[in-house]
Design a protein. Sequence first.
Length: 308
Amino acid sequence: MASSVFSRTSTFRSTALMGIALMLFGTFLFAVNDVMGKWLVATYSVGQLLLIRSIAALAVLFPIMKKQGVPLRLPPRPSFHGLRILCSTLEVACFYWAVTYLPLADVMTYYLAAPIYVAAFAFLWLGERLDWGRTLTIAIGFVGVLISLRPSGETFGLPALIALAGSLFYALLMIATRKLRDTPDATLVLGQILGALVFGCFTAPFNWVKPSLLDLASLFLLGIVSMAGHACVNRSLKLAPASIVAPYQYTLIVWAIVLGYLAFGDIVQFWTLVGAAIICVAGLALMFLEHRATRRTQDIEPPILPEA
């Protein structure tokens, strides 16, 4: 009996460690994706970037969907899917537009605040319970956002407002995803890619720049890296509970600071770091409260990584 318990414990630890490793690697891939995107939007428009990136992502996704037997048909509740796709398209466009002007760490700080918004929106629109612990945590998270906005001197500037709007669209995307959690992952991802593809088809021709072979390869690689990041995160959540692996996604802000400095010489201001730390603490506290509230039902929440 003791050996059986030890064996189950050992197996759980090994799968949990694998889940943590995949979450860390997936987070790193998202950071690399963001650095590549910031580098590319210095030359190419957001629409052109999303167009070519989406084509590459579809080339990877279609074989996966075929292997998994996911049907290519209009899913149930198409109007709600349409709203989700619209929010997804706007958030990713805002992300790449914002990083054109702001350091990666600044934009990522605003986006990591999305779970704070989700908790507030879920109370207003989904009727989810909001106790004093969540209320206090949401308030602390908003304080972190205000601290992050203030020191840059661009609180009311267009770039900061674009990043803030993108984080709000991302929060709405997460709310919509909660409502559609019974939909296959591949179908949800396909909708997001198609939305970005349509956006790119309409906007790219207005400012088209003929890419070099190296840049074209980089644009295609952008879509592949993003898909690989999602695959790692999704697999991580299947190997281990979200309460164990999800906190490691906050290493994204560390990568944004390090890679932003190495690639672009971005220097993150002190108060931005303070705000980011407060947001991360509030986000972790919300995870803990959600885990404690849903422990009996063993619900697994989706990851909060920005889908840029």
